[in-house]
Write a protein that binds this ligand. Structure first.
Ligand code: SF4
Length: 240
């Protein structure tokens, strides 16, 4: 009797097949457009240039998850003046830490999460673990943050897939399979293909992030300004 494939596996398979069926030239066009646009018009932030420690980059990425990049840019230097490393964060007075985090919002929750994470890192010698599994086991680090560490530290070709990035990909390439993007096989397979074709992993990630923040927003789409408009099925302004 033929064995039945579990439903979730068959769904995964069909989602990956859908992502793999997209013409390589179409994916390459997307990559070329985003990379060229990013070089000309991408946002310039200190954390996108050399010079910051991995500690600072990780804290900034955690802040960026719920706070606008412009706000993080405005206040991050002051925060790092008081808390320059994992040790100072782990030893911080909670009320002082909350006050320092107030400009970013969600300060109580963030103070708690940051201190738990800092204590865990200090407890293992002050260095972030090398392996993906050990990084993912640190408190407060989900798949996005693990990938951020791999990208900044190792230059690894890994995606930074958040809600905004997913929106751009779905509008250009078609809808996801699952509600939760962290588990979505279509978006993950698509991101793998994009990263494979990109010359610079960080720039393609930041390029898509910037398009999602500046042009292809949740409720407003500036399709007339978008480098993807020529081939985007959701271009609201017709072919440019
Ligand atoms: S053309 Fe419009 S809908 Fe398509 S990716 Fe650009 S801004 Fe978004």
């Amino acid at each position: 009797m033929p064995q039945r494939i579990p439903k979730h596996l068959s769904r995964r398979h069909s989602a990956e097949t859908r992502a793999l069926a997209i013409e390589p030239a179409h994916v390459q066009w997307f990559v070329n457009q985003v990379e060229a646009w990013y070089k000309e018009q991408g946002r310039s932030f200190p954390w996108r240039k050399p010079g910051m420690s991995l500690y600072q980059l990780l804290i900034i990425e955690l802040l960026l998850q719920r706070t606008r990049a412009e706000t993080v840019n405005r206040f991050h230097a002051g925060f790092f003046l008081h808390y320059p490393d994992w040790n100072s964060l782990a030893r911080a007075n909670r009320m002082d830490l909350e006050a320092a985090l107030k400009p970013f919002g969600l300060y109580r929750r963030r103070a708690k999460v940051f201190q738990i994470l800092a204590s865990a890192v200090v407890g293992t010698g002050g260095e972030l673990p090398r392996s993906v599994e050990d990084l993912g086991a640190l408190p407060g680090l989900g798949p996005y943050m693990v990938n951020a560490v791999l990208m900044y530290r190792d230059g690894a070709p890994v995606p930074l897939l958040d809600g905004g990035v997913a929106r751009v990909l779905e509008r250009f390439f078609g809808p996801r399979e699952l509600v939760d993007i962290r588990d979505d096989p279509y978006l993950h397979c698509l991101e793998e293909r994009i990263l494979e074709l990109s010359k610079e992993p960080s720039e393609i990630n930041w390029g898509i992030i910037d398009i999602s923040a500046l042009i292809c927003m949740k409720n407003i789409t500036h399709c007339h300004l978008c480098v993807l408009s020529k081939k985007c099925p959701n271009n609201r302004y017709g072919l440019s």
